[in-house]
Design a protein around this ligand. Structure first.
Ligand SMILES: [Zn+2]
Length: 176
């Protein structure tokens, strides 16, 4: 399972994205679905999962928020997001599927507050800075302890990548 606290202790500057050679069949290491077009630390990722890994990107706090969602791991959250974002792309306003997708996104967005209550922030960059100061014995103590912290890519991320995302979400042949 993707543990944000452990992942965010990677060497400073290493959590940035690079583009992968175009091959839409490359599977995402997080959600397992096809369509990985980016990599963070050589891990192939799709556009939905990338913000959960790319903590050193300059715009990360604008593109993603920490949420508290112990019920789902990061990959399952991404699959849920893919379904909701696809509904927004293909359903017209007023269609029940679209309304349900919006309700799901609202609910997820509201979970930022729980993250802020638990750790004092919902900004990924702040968590990235904070965990770098954890002593090794703190990490040992939390070994095996699951965290409910997940990363939610937000509307600004969707807008910035709208073209690539609609290609990913609507090209069904890409899904294994
Ligand atoms: Zn993915």
């Amino acid at each position: 399972m993707h543990d944000l606290v452990a992942h965010f202790r990677a060497p400073k500057g290493s959590l940035t994205t690079r583009s992968l050679p175009a091959d839409a069949r490359t599977a995402c290491a997080c959600c397992g679905l096809a369509g990985a077009t980016l990599a963070v630390s050589d891990t192939p990722l799709c556009l939905v999962c990338t913000p959960a890994y790319a903590a050193d990107e300059a715009q990360i706090d604008r593109h993603a928020a920490l949420i508290w969602l112990p019920q789902l791991d990061q990959g399952s959250l991404s699959r849920l997001l893919r379904a909701a974002w696809t509904a927004l792309l293909v359903c017209n306003p007023g269609q029940p599927e679209r309304e349900r997708a919006l309700a799901i996104l609202d609910d997820l967005s509201g979970r930022r507050e729980t993250a802020a209550e638990k750790i004092g922030t919902y900004h990924p960059a702040r968590l990235r800075r904070a965990v770098a100061t954890l002593a090794p014995h703190h990490m040992l103590k939390r070994q095996g302890a699951a965290s409910g912290l997940r990363i939610l890519p937000v509307a600004a991320w969707r807008e910035q990548n709208s073209e690539a995302l609609s290609a990913l979400l609507t090209n069904r042949s890409r899904t294994p």
